[in-house]
Write a protein that binds this ligand. Structure first.
Ligand SMILES: [Zn+2]
Ligand SMILES: [Zn+2]
Length: 321
């Protein structure tokens, strides 16, 4: 009878199979739900465990998981308030930069340091907690989500990792790498950028007395009104400028005059000279505010990267270990 109720002996194995399938399904569901519950904090992939050796701010060196490190770089190099697509683009640029440095020997065994003037800035979670205060959980989750969304992605040009340079605000026109290094890169060229005008440093000015400007340029005050632009860069910045018997490169003047960029012009006003600058930084590569502007306009990270690193293609970090 029991057999009849169960539909005959021949059904038992099938029911067992169904029960097993049900158990498996339940198991998968529980696993899925457990996975979902961890989504509050995006888990960075560690399956491949790509380790990168870093020189830390205290000078020590040790390996760290690549994606963990990239999160600290993105947090240090770009405001967390930026669009997710911009943060994703920054993550890909940062990852490409780190891997290109790997083996370059700049810091002995370590691929990179944490100094923005040398490699890229990086912040620890402790520093970020201090800097962000109550905003830490939301900011950190946003940054980690951008890193996770692009996990392992790098940029290549003809199969090689690119020099993923970036700057804060190009001021309307990016710059050719040749102006910075003396040698060009096909993907680091000068081109218009229409997306960074919301940057607080899109334009700026500095006022000096003729005497102060002369002292900074090692000239006489009466020579300042005779400053003369000799040539401009591909990106519209000052390439060469003459003052008295001297000639200055735009980047040198930027530093001597503490200007935001070498994209400057000037005007004389009585005993003063006013320098007007466009953008902030060298202007080469990814314009960070431009990336944010493109994100606001609905562009994806991939489109942002193609705009600022034209001709590049996506590659995988794992191929460079
Ligand atoms: Zn360095
Ligand atoms: Zn720009």
């Amino acid at each position: 009878m029991g057999d009849d109720l169960l539909g005959g002996k021949s059904w038992r194995p099938r029911q067992r199979q169904q029960a097993a399938r049900l158990a498996l399904l339940l198991g998968l569901c529980v696993g899925f739900l457990l996975g979902l519950s961890r989504c509050g904090r995006p888990e960075l992939p560690d399956a491949e465990s790509l380790l990168i050796r870093v020189q830390w701010p205290d000078g020590s060196q040790s390996p760290v998981e690549l994606e963990e490190f990239i999160a600290g770089v993105v947090a240090a190099e770009m405001p967390a308030s930026f669009q997710p697509q911009a943060l994703q683009a920054q993550a890909v640029a940062a990852r490409s930069y780190v891997l290109r440095q790997k083996g370059a020997g700049k810091h002995g065994e370590a691929a990179v340091c944490c100094d923005s003037a040398c490699c890229q800035a990086w912040r620890s979670e402790e520093e970020l907690k201090k800097n962000w205060g109550a905003d830490f959980p939301a900011n950190w989750q946003k940054i980690r989500a951008a890193v996770a969304a692009t996990a392992g992605q790098v940029l290549l040009y003809e199969g090689e990792l690119i020099d993923a340079l970036f700057c804060s605000t190009c001021g309307g026109m990016t710059e050719d790498a040749a102006e910075l290094w003396g040698s060009s890169r096909p993907y680091l060229t000068a081109h218009p950028c229409a997306y960074c005008s919301h940057s607080p440093r899109y334009s700026s000015w500095k006022r000096y007395s003729l005497a102060e400007a002369a002292s900074r340029l090692e000239l006489q005050p009466e020579q300042i009104p005779e400053l003369k632009l000799l040539s401009s860069t591909a990106g519209g910045r000052v390439a060469l400028l003459a003052g008295g018997e001297r000639q200055y490169r735009g980047t040198e003047l930027r530093s001597r005059l503490e200007l935001d960029s070498a994209a400057f012009s000037w005007l004389l006003q009585g005993e003063e000279i006013i320098f007007l600058s466009l953008g902030y930084g060298h202007g080469v590569g990814l314009c960070q505010y431009g990336a944010d502007g493109m994100g606001r306009a609905g562009y994806a990270a991939r489109e942002i990267l193609s705009a600022y690193y034209p001709g590049t293609e996506q590659g995988q970090a794992a191929d460079f270990f």
